[in-house]
Design a protein around this ligand. Structure first.
Ligand SMILES: NC(=O)c1ccc[n+]([C@@H]2O[C@H](COP(=O)([O-])OP(=O)(O)OC[C@H]3O[C@@H](n4cnc5c(N)ncnc54)[C@H](O)[C@@H]3O)[C@@H](O)[C@H]2O)c1
Length: 266
């Protein structure tokens, strides 16, 4: 049974929303927690809130697209808590509408934060996690938009698809090691990103979002459970997402059946 006692977690984008939900879950389970975020003001508010659970928390100003800030976070985490066991590459930004309506700078920024950010975290922290040899786990926060291409989310959705893909390759790379990996694929979680969306809609759409929205603290518990169970794909609900997943898998299988009908009957 996994024990989180005296283990250390680093969560990027940990000052709010899903990252903060994960931080609470790790602290409640007895781990040391470092939250990293680009938003200094929100970091201080989050640290204060987390300290009501445990004193074993530090907050670090980082920008996941700037590796020098991750290097300095690594040193501070080592000085405060020793080895790192859990890396949660969670910081992300929304962005992108239809492909032709999304400016190139937005494409680059969204991919820089949502894809290169997690890659920077892996490149910096994974070597030390492998070297100390204690069991570890990496959680990359993607999205259900990285599993199924619904809506018009061009830059955002494609960055999240890339992160699911990278996580699958990372799983292969880590097969014979003490470090495992999960990819978190939330659909709708009640955080800042969703509050902004809710402010733009009304009526049935608003009601539907409210029905689908999962509380970030529930997502935090789902993440810890996935670490314990070594579950690779972490889904946050199984209602609307189940239909979309089934539609994607059915579409791919039926395309293969059409193109290679003889294999179907083998
Ligand atoms: N809320 C949802 O419904 C939902 C659904 C699917 C995926 N996600 C993903 O979950 C993750 C967390 O989002 P959230 O909903 O909690 O939103 P949020 O805005 O509450 O949290 C994101 C945090 O990341 C921080 N951040 C942004 N860019 C950063 C950077 N370059 N370096 C460090 N920190 C940075 C922000 O300051 C913020 O505190 C994101 O990757 C998001 O894409 C969220």
């Amino acid at each position: 049974m996994t024990s989180f006692n005296e283990k250390t977690a680093f969560i990027t984008g940990g000052a709010s929303g899903i990252g903060l939900g994960m931080a609470k879950a790790f602290l409640n389970a007895g781990a040391n927690v470092a939250i990293g975020d680009i938003n200094e003001e929100q970091l201080l508010i989050a640290e204060k809130e987390l300290k009501t659970i445990s004193e074993n928390v530090i907050s670090l100003k980082i920008d996941t697209t700037d590796t020098s800030t991750l290097r300095s976070a690594s040193t501070k985490i080592g000085d405060s808590f020793g080895h790192l066991h859990y890396l949660c590459n969670n910081a992300g930004i929304p962005g992108g509408s239809k492909i032709l309506e999304t400016p190139e700078e937005r494409w680059r920024l969204v991919h820089e934060v949502n894809f290169m950010g997690p890659l920077n975290g892996i490149n910096l922290f994974l070597p030390q996690m492998l070297e100390h040899g204690e069991p570890g786990h990496i959680v990359n926060t993607s999205s259900f938009s990285g599993i199924h291409g619904h809506g018009n989310q061009s830059a955002y959705g494609s960055s999240k698809f890339a992160l699911v893909g990278m996580s699958e390759f990372l799983r292969n790379d880590l097969k014979d090691t003490n470090v495992s990996v999960s990819v978190l694929c939330p659909h709708v979680v009640d955080t800042n990103i969703i509050s902004k969306l809710k402010a733009r809609v009304s009526g049935d759409v608003l009601e539907m979002i409210n029905q689908m929205a999962v509380d970030p603290s529930i997502v935090g518990d789902q993440v810890l459970n996935a670490i314990i169970e070594k579950e690779f794909y972490i889904f946050c609900d199984g209602i609307h997402t189940r239909e979309m997943l089934k539609a994607r898998c059915d579409a791919m299988l039926s395309a293969m059946d059409r193109q290679f009908p003889e294999e179907k009957n083998d």
